[in-house]
Write a protein that binds this ligand. Structure first.
Ligand code: PRP
Ligand code: ZN
Length: 294
């Protein structure tokens, strides 16, 4: 009997939607309206546990779940403070929910660099990472641990500076704060225990990871089709971002023009399309790629 693979995912918050979306793109189907904690996949031996992000390293570390989808920030904080979390490893980087953990202080104040933090108080929900960062820099400061609303701490004089997650930067700006140092760069990651123990659900985990790699790769990859003047072909090929050898095909009834089809493994910006057009490319189409096995 093969046991079911258990994956811990965030129930709500910055990774919840992206995590479910990725799993669905990997082919998992879930029934609607099941209980809040469990989701059972209908078509594969996979169960999800929907929990708070901060609890995910524990769920995986304890063996309650085999894998977890969590922010690298949460994993790193857990690893900075708990020995058990050091047994966890990143199995796959998931390429969404990018953000940074930053030190920030009031815009109009005099804290503008890490050195200025000596003897000050720093509010954060990331005491482990903040303490380690300060220690590495040889700075002694007080850490004020807060569970949320860290950004209000300087205004309320609870602390002089903060160390908090920044994604769009809107929260900092709305609170008159300015970041001056990056402590950690983070994205969503798939985690598991480090141990080499074989488990019944390894096979299904490997299938899912292979599919996830394809989903992640195809999210950045586009299929470009265009018509190029035959004598501008080299210049046009050079502009295609991250393209493998493109397919060059005849255009019926034309000698001066060829059709170019290419898979581009980097983001395609408007600027690229405009440059292609300048070189004489016409009928430019950029298509999303839904699935890909490289
Ligand atoms: C983080 C952080 C800020 C906000 C920053 O909280 O604490 O409040 O996001 O995002 P912004 O730069 O786009 O404004 P999060 O949503 O992760 O909630 P949590 O701290 O409760 O996990
Ligand atoms: Zn949280």
């Amino acid at each position: 009997m093969t046991s079911r693979l258990r994956i811990a995912v965030q129930s709500k918050g910055r990774l919840a939607e992206g995590g479910m979306d990725l799993l669905k793109r990997c082919g998992l189907r879930f029934a609607y309206g099941r209980d809040k904690l469990h989701q059972r996949a209908e078509n594969m031996p996979v169960d999800l546990m929907l929990v708070r992000d901060d609890d995910i390293p524990n769920f995986v570390g304890s063996g309650a779940c085999d894998y977890g989808i969590v922010g690298e920030n949460v994993l790193a904080e857990e690893q900075a403070s708990s020995a058990r979390a050091r047994e966890l490893e990143i199995a796959l980087r998931l390429g969404f929910a990018g953000c940074t953990l930053k030190l920030a202080a009031p815009q109009d104040g005099d804290i503008r660099s890490v050195e200025h933090l000596a003897g000050k108080a720093i509010a954060t929900s990331y005491p482990g990472l903040t303490a380690r960062f300060l220690k590495d820099r040889g700075i002694e400061a007080e850490i004020v641990e807060m569970r949320g609303s860290v950004e209000v701490a300087p205004r309320l004089r609870i602390a002089d500076a903060i160390c908090d997650l920044v994604s769009s930067g809107a929260t900092l700006q709305a609170n008159g704060l300015k970041a001056f140092e990056t402590v950690l760069r983070s994205e969503a990651v798939l985690i598991r225990r480090r141990s080499g123990r074989e488990s019944d659900s390894d096979a299904i985990a490997n299938i899912l990871m292979r599919r996830a790699e394809g989903v992640i790769a195809s999210a950045q990859t586009k299929y470009i089709m265009l018509n190029a003047p035959t004598d501008r072909l080299d210049a046009i090929r050079a502009l295609l971002p991250g393209a493998d050898a493109p397919t060059i095909a005849k255009v019926a009834g034309r000698e001066d023009v060829v059709a170019v089809h290419a898979v581009c493994r980097e983001r395609v910006f408007w600027e690229t399309l405009e440059a292609l057009e300048k070189e004489g490319a016409r009928a430019i189409l950029v298509l999303p790629i839904e699935k890909m096995l490289a």
